[in-house]
Design a protein around this ligand. Structure first.
Ligand code: SF4
Ligand code: SF4
Ligand code: SF4
Length: 317
């Protein structure tokens, strides 16, 4: 049987809140029984983007993480209240509106996805817009309204979904034990760290950008990822697991002596002070036309001789 699944892509979401407004438009002032009572005008947000900031001045990145009920297959809410939280055959979790007048139901979801409707005195949450889907709609209102297609519903067999999850690298926002039907793409914007820095050298008293310098990320002296500085001399390595500990950036450029910078990844991304090449013969690298490398392609290119470190690093990821 084709079942409900949802993909939320952090790379596409811009935090426009259209999804939340569409949900309100569909459910405020509209009673869709037996699916759900109407949503209250204020407070309740069955779907909501939250802003996440990574980095620090002068370089920060903003991402929006949109959350809604994950329609878990191993749902803590249903374990606690099996007669109230009811799974449909298409995988959508509903609250039985006739048994929802209990404020304790709000705490049954450890992910904060059940809200309390003060006006009607009942617990509520996302219904997957089942009233529309049962009426022939192809997707819920929030998905239909998202201007960037950051939300996508996939109605397919569960074994087909497993292949999609693997192919697209989808991740749960939880530890996965709840078996969510809502999965995230590019979740590293939310749960991984980056290191960012800039490289320069002195030329006749003027600081010039060190373009196309080789930049390596070292763990225990072994390279686990590498990239090149861009036309501003800046470099950026992402998807570093939180709490990776002490690391180094080693930068090499032309005939200058290599630069090494120590830093530590705890729970936040790191923006290094500008690094200036000085020692050696002082000759900058020769940059040929079209030689500038694709940073994306090079990021995480891992040398074969660092296989052990690569495995350890990949395991942590
Ligand atoms: S409508 Fe789409 S882009 Fe806008 S906040 Fe919601 S998920 Fe993000
Ligand atoms: S996200 Fe919360 S409310 Fe939704 S199914 Fe999972 S445990 Fe239940
Ligand atoms: S699927 Fe429907 S009920 Fe759920 S958040 Fe989207 S619009 Fe709201």
């Amino acid at each position: 049987m084709k079942k409900f699944h949802m993909i939320i892509d952090l790379e596409k979401c811009v935090g426009c809140f259209n999804c939340m407004l569409a949900c309100k438009d569909e459910h405020v002032g509209n009673k869709w029984l037996p699916y759900t009572e109407e949503q209250q005008k204020h407070e309740d947000k069955w779907i909501c983007p939250t802003m996440i900031e990574r980095g620090e001045a002068p370089y920060t990145e903003v991402t929006y993480v949109t959350r809604l009920c994950q329609h878990c297959d191993n749902a803590p809410c249903a374990k606690k209240y099996p007669d109230v939280f009811v799974k449909r055959s298409d995988g959508v979790m509903l609250i039985d509106y006739r048994k929802a007048k209990n404020k304790d139901l709000v705490d049954a979801c450890p992910y904060g996805m059940v809200s309390w409707n003060d006006e009607l005195g009942c617990a509520q949450k996302c219904t997957g817009c089942s009233h529309l889907i049962d009426d022939g709609w192809k997707e819920p209102r929030c998905v239909q309204t998202c201007p960037l297609r950051a939300l996508q519903t996939v109605y397919c067999e569960d074994h087909e979904w497993e292949k999609i999850v693997e192919k697209q690298g989808l991740k749960p926002i939880t530890d996965g034990s709840n078996k969510p039907r809502v999965m995230y793409k590019n979740l590293y914007y939310y749960n991984k760290c980056f290191v960012k820095g800039a490289l320069c050298f002195d030329q006749n008293g003027i600081e010039e950008a060190a373009i196309d310098a080789k930049v390596e990320l070292l763990v225990g002296g072994i390279c686990v990822a590498q990239t090149q500085s861009d036309f501003l001399g800046e470099f950026y390595i992402d998807r570093i697991p939180k709490n990776s500990g002490k690391m180094q950036i080693r930068a090499t450029y032309g005939d200058f002596e290599p630069l090494v910078a120590d830093f530590e990844i705890k729970t936040k991304s790191v923006v290094l002070d500008a690094l200036k090449f000085g020692g050696g013969t002082g000759k900058p690298a020769v940059i040929l036309p079209n030689e500038h490398a694709n940073e994306q392609a090079l990021t995480h290119m891992i040398p074969k001789d660092a296989e052990a470190a690569r495995k350890a690093f990949a395991h942590k990821k």
